[in-house]
Write a protein that binds this ligand. Structure first.
Ligand code: ADP
Length: 545
């Protein structure tokens, strides 16, 4: 799985879990809130149902209830729908508001405006006239109220009487008005029917139950029908109303999370991708490849490390190329010399002589020395030069070097002396340090004219042992001083090659000294002489290996 994909998935999981948890908590809180408001709504339902029922009782009809329902709907901010027991809609506030009626939420509340007769315990039921009278009064009141309502009037208010029957407290007016007359007529027409129904109960075993039933049956024929009250609509079910925006918000947050996560993953993996591409280019040999480094974070640090590595590789390659060019250049001259002599010999231009072969031998020796030195240098620079370290006396080494070079010094008529304040115990490879000292003494003798002097000194400094090679030779020009330890560098290439120098001696010497944690430096005055000074630390390690 790619890094980018991993970052993407990880961040996405965190985002989804966080969003889900937030949504769950808010839905739970919302549900609790809704629960509380639903309890309030239940009380509302009772109030609305009672208002509608009172209307039916007072008006004796559902005609004109629409205006009341419209008012109730507006006051309670509730959708109200009234349906009769056959499913026919009496009124719907949605239709009143001129919108399509929405599906209703069950269960409905039953609104029954019909009164039921309440017979007081112990009431005298021997005669049925009381019930008949109730029926008559009720019938009359209902017909009157309905007539008034249909005429656009307002019927009188009703209150339950002793039998629980809602009647105008002042009784139904008998004033000869059209509605009053209509009510009286209706009562008269039904009187015989009512009497039959009531007297039919005389033979009944449960007299009072039969009377209640008979009253109910008769009242049913003229009182307003019961209605089912529905409140609200499916689509404004509070939970779904709240859940919808919540779901939408969750969806939006999720979409944003996905986009944001993709962006973050892309942003995070970009530097890594460019590093991968850069590594490939580097591996393909484009050593000048670098990456942009931005920021101080880990990725920025990685980019900087990459650039440092690329620089080191480029530097190493450059050094290698220079070395090869140097080697080729160094070998070409002695090789050309040998070739020239051999061709001249072949053509008979020069006679074969002892001196000529001596010369050829010299040239070949020089080539071999260059190659030997080169091998030493390569090993030393790669850290592969084997050192056999022992404890030895540096003062003694100085004396040994002096003795070894005495013959050469006498030959060149140069005075070679040594001043060693020994013993100077150091820890290191004695042979390699003799090689260093030998190189310095050889150079000193080589660049000192007859009559001059070379002095070797060994002395202690705090924490250090120092060896110095001082000559009264030609010296080195100040502008040349920085180059003396560079490979193949010579102040005067033609002359120095004649003297048999490879131009690598000081480079190797410095590497060996560095490998012994030492330092080597030179001070020189042109025409007066030079001083090469090598300093080794005397650490406890060297003192007690
Ligand atoms: P070489 O083998 O050619 O002597 P080195 O690395 O030992 O190479 O020395 C490099 C160059 O430094 C020499 O060619 C010479 O020009 C200069 N040099 C070294 N030692 C001395 C010295 N004691 N006096 C003057 N020049 C010196």
């Amino acid at each position: 799985m790619s890094f980018r994909l991993r970052v993407f998935l990880l961040t996405l999981v965190v985002a989804v879990v966080a969003t889900g948890a937030t949504a769950w908590i808010s839905l739970r809180l919302t549900a609790q809130q809704i629960d509380r408001s639903q309890q309030q709504a239940t009380r509302h339902v009772a109030d609305i149902a009672e208002t509608v029922r009172s209307y039916g009782r007072r008006h004796g009809t559902w005609a004109g209830v629409a205006a009341r329902v419209g008012q109730l709907s507006a006051d309670n901010k509730q959708r109200i729908r009234l349906v009769n027991l056959y499913g026919q809609v009496t009124v719907d506030s949605d239709t009143l508001a001129k919108r399509t009626a929405r599906p209703v939420v069950s269960p409905p509340t039953l609104i029954n405006p019909r009164p039921s007769l309440t017979l007081a315990a112990g009431a005298n039921l021997k005669t049925d006239y009381g019930v008949l009278d109730e029926l008559a009064q009720y019938r009359r009141a209902v017909v009157y109220a309905r007539c008034l309502t249909e005429d656009g009037g307002e019927p009188p208010t009703v209150t339950p009487d002793a039998y629980g029957i809602p009647l105008p407290s002042a009784g139904t007016p008998k004033d000869g008005s059209p509605c009053s007359t209509q009510a009286a007529d209706a009562q008269e027409v039904a009187a015989a029917d009512d009497q039959t129904a009531v007297t039919g109960c005389r033979a009944a075993a449960d007299h009072s139950a039969c009377l209640v039933q008979a009253f109910g049956n008769q009242a049913e024929t003229f009182a307003p029908e019961p209605l089912q009250l529905y409140l609200g609509a499916v689509d404004d079910d509070p939970l779904s109303v709240l859940a919808r925006p919540t779901m939408a918000a969750i969806g939006a947050v999720l979409v944003l999370s996905v986009i944001g996560t993709a962006f973050v993953a892309r942003h995070m993996s970009r530097p890594l991708r460019s590093l991968t591409a850069a590594s490939r280019r580097l591996a393909d040999g484009h050593l000048d490849t670098r990456v942009k480094t931005t920021g101080r974070d880990e990725v920025g640090e990685l980019s900087r490390s990459f650039n440092r590595m690329a620089e080191a590789l480029e530097g190493a390659e450059l050094a290698q190329r220079r070395l090869l060019a140097g080697v080729a250049h160094e070998l070409r001259t002695p090789m050309s010399n040998v070739l020239g002599y051999l061709e001249a010999l072949q053509d008979g231009v020069v006679p074969a002589s002892r001196e000529l072969f001596g010369s050829l031998h010299e040239e070949v020796l020089l080539q071999r020395r260059i190659l030997d030195d080169l091998q030493d240098l390569t090993l030393a620079e790669a850290g592969h030069l084997a050192y056999r370290r022992t404890d030895f006396d540096l003062a003694e080494l100085v004396e040994v070097s002096r003795v070894a070079h005495l013959a050469v010094a006498e030959n060149g008529r140069v005075r070679l002396t040594a001043e060693a304040a020994g013993p100077l115990p150091v820890h290191g490879d004695q042979d390699r340090l003799r090689q260093v000292l030998g190189n310095l003494v050889t150079n000193a003798l080589r660049y000192t004219d007859p009559g001059g002097a070379v002095v070797l000194r060994a002395f202690p400094l705090p924490g250090h042992a120092v060896v110095e090679v001082r000559d009264t030779g030609c010296g080195i020009a100040p502008e040349d001083l920085p180059f003396v330890f560079q490979r193949f560098w010579r102040a005067d290439p033609a002359r120095d090659r004649e003297t048999g120098g490879s131009g690598l001696g000081l480079t190797i010497a410095r590497q060996i000294v560095l490998d012994h944690d030492g330092t080597i430096d030179v001070t020189s005055t042109q025409g007066e002489g030079s001083v090469f000074r090598v300093k080794f630390p005397i650490t406890p390690r060297y003192a007690n290996p």
